[in-house]
Design a protein around this ligand. Structure first.
Ligand code: CTP
Length: 244
């Protein structure tokens, strides 16, 4: 029987389709390593599924007036710069199928928008991206797959200079001082040591199409595994019938 002639007998009422918990992927790596590009490529290839992207950056604490006055001395690369409790709450809620209102953070003002949020809904796949997403064990332990984007330090610094001066409206001297004083030491003290938790290390970030194809294939095997626990009934049905 050719795939197109198969009849699909799976329906939500016929089999006990217990909703499967979403697949949680952590994507870490140094600042400006290309984490966002890797996430975008995974999301693009998973277009048949519901995927939500959560950025750790959204959980930066807004600075107080006193901290804003001395912003040159503030370490945005230290784990304490993030509200990890809130991030944990977000991933736990999304993982249990509940929606969440993600804060919106402004890199120009170093503050959170007080009156607007990004509403995200339950999904098949949750991707959590950020420099320190492997640092906290409670957050890390919620991940089914951990990816580390490994990009050369000179590439990261060049990208950061361009991004911070063009997109974040920063002065070049501020960018270089911040890099030497906080970004590089924090990379050595917190980001690099967390690389050991990764299941997959992607050299060259978003340019590495082979690695991304392998990762997507692995995620899809999870989504289509164990018929009784399939979350996306329609997609699973299509897969069984051999139709795209
Ligand atoms: N940061 C900053 N000012 C703030 C908040 C954060 O300069 N008010 C910087 C921190 O110093 C940190 C970086 O933002 O190094 C974290 O963002 P990054 O991981 O570089 O952003 P992404 O776009 O997620 O990274 P990528 O380029 O890898 O996609």
């Amino acid at each position: 029987t050719s795939p197109t002639h198969r009849t699909c007998s799976v329906s939500a009422s016929a089999s006990p389709l217990t909703p499967k918990q979403p697949f949680v992927i952590g994507v870490s790596g140094g600042a400006a390593s290309g984490k966002t590009t890797v996430c975008d490529m995974i999301i693009q290839q998973l277009h048949d599924h519901r995927v939500v992207l959560v950025n750790q950056d959204s959980f930066y604490r807004g600075l107080t007036t006193a901290e804003l006055e001395r912003v040159h001395e503030y370490n945005f690369d230290h784990p304490d710069a993030f509200d990890t409790e809130q991030l944990l709450d977000c991933i736990q809620k999304l993982r249990s199928g509940q929606p969440y209102q993600i804060p919106i953070y402004d890199f120009k003002t170093h503050l959170r928008c007080s009156d607007s949020f990004r509403q995200v809904n339950a999904s098949d796949v949750i991707i959590l991206e950020g420099i320190l997403v492997f640092h906290d064990p409670s957050v890390r332990n919620l991940m089914n797959m951990k990816i580390f984007v490994d990009t050369d330090v000179d590439v990261r610094l060049a990208r950061r200079i361009r991004r911070d001066t063009v997109e974040r409206g920063r002065d070049i001297n501020f960018v270089l001082e911040q890099y030497a004083k906080f970004v590089k030491p924090a990379f050595d003290d917190f980001v690099l040591p967390s690389k050991k938790y990764a299941d997959v290390i992607i050299p060259r970030g978003g340019e590495n199409h082979v690695a991304i194809d392998l990762i997507v294939h692995n995620i899809e095997s999870f989504i289509y595994s164990a018929p009784g626990s399939v979350y996306t009934g329609v997609d699973f049905c299509k897969k069984l019938c051999g139709v795209s």
